[in-house]
Design a protein around this ligand. Structure first.
Ligand code: NAD
Length: 265
């Protein structure tokens, strides 16, 4: 028997959803009948084609807002756009992210600032803007896409690890603060998922470590993942749909690891 998560007509903002995990999660929500607002950078023609494609294969209305997640006024405008278009906001997925892999001693200051802005500060600004809307509705779901790197560290990724640990901490604090409002706040901590972000890392790490790309995949990237298998989008989508449904009502302040056993080691 198919489970009905009763998400038809809900409204979601998914930050960083023009690519990779965010786009897959937005599509999975739209497949549940959730009206979604895409966000992120990219070629405008491709973004529009992707928007129409998701809309065509689902029962959902799909919109796009191009907020730069490093700019707090644009983030506020993105959240306001959900209410303007659909009259409500049920789900916020803070997913936008970037990466730069380098030793701390040479790490460019502007890249530190950018990582903290896109990953950590944007999560704060979007959450802050969403809370009053969700409080007024008496229900809300905030899901932050952190990382296994929100729970354990790796060399050459200090700013990313710092930002993701921050996201997990922010998630827990918000969950406690909002525990009696009908709003839940959780983090999903994926292991390695083969997205454009990871493909770029393979190239970077090959340069940093001076080894070929196929060895980076086996010995460096998936070295941490005992099942030696990339996490698939559908594995993350299943967790997200559970969390945003009524079945997820008691789950709050948690960091759900979906990492092939990485953080168990
Ligand atoms: P991706 O590069 O495919 O997608 C990143 C998205 O963020 C894109 O849509 C991009 O346009 C958007 N973005 C970047 N900067 C932005 C900005 N300033 N304003 C608005 N949008 C911006 O990456 P991905 O691998 O799908 O990663 C998505 C999230 O998942 C990130 O937070 C990442 O840290 C996290 N994550 C990824 C993996 C993985 O293995 N790929 C593992 C764990 C966590």
């Amino acid at each position: 028997m198919a489970v009905d998560y009763k998400l038809e007509g809900h409204v979601a903002v998914i930050t960083g959803s023009t690519s990779g995990i965010g786009q897959a999660l937005a599509t999975a929500l739209a497949e549940q009948g959730v009206n979604v607002i895409l966000n992120g950078f990219g070629d405008p023609a491709k973004i529009e084609a992707d928007r129409l494609a998701i809309q065509a294969k689902t029962n959902a209305a799909v919109r796009y807002h191009g907020a730069d997640m490093t700019k707090r006024e644009e983030i506020a405008d993105l959240i306001a756009y959900a209410v303007k278009e659909f009259g409500r906001l049920d789900i916020l997925v803070n997913n936008a992210g970037i990466q730069h892999v380098e030793a701390v001693e040479t790490y460019p200051e502007e890249k530190w600032d950018a990582l903290i802005a896109v990953i950590l500060s944007s999560t704060f600004h979007a959450t802050k803007a969403a809370i009053p809307i969700m409080k007024a509705q008496g229900r809300g779901r905030i899901v932050n896409i952190a990382s296994a790197h929100g729970l354990v560290a790796s060399a050459f990724k200090a700013p990313y690890v710092a930002a993701k640990f921050g996201v997990v901490g922010f998630t827990k604090a918000c969950a406690v603060e909002l525990a009696r409002t009908g709003i839940t706040v959780n983090a999903i901590c994926p292991g390695y998922v083969k997205t454009p972000l990871i493909e770029a890392q393979v190239i970077d790490q090959a340069k940093t470590r001076g080894i070929p790309e196929d060895r980076v995949i086996e010995d460096v990237i998936l070295a941490a993942q005992p099942n030696k298998t990339f996490v698939e989008y559908s594995h993350l989508a299943g967790q997200l749909i559970y969390l945003v449904s009524d079945q997820g009502a008691s789950a709050t302040g948690a960091a759900f690891v979906i990492d092939g056993g990485w953080t168990a080691t």
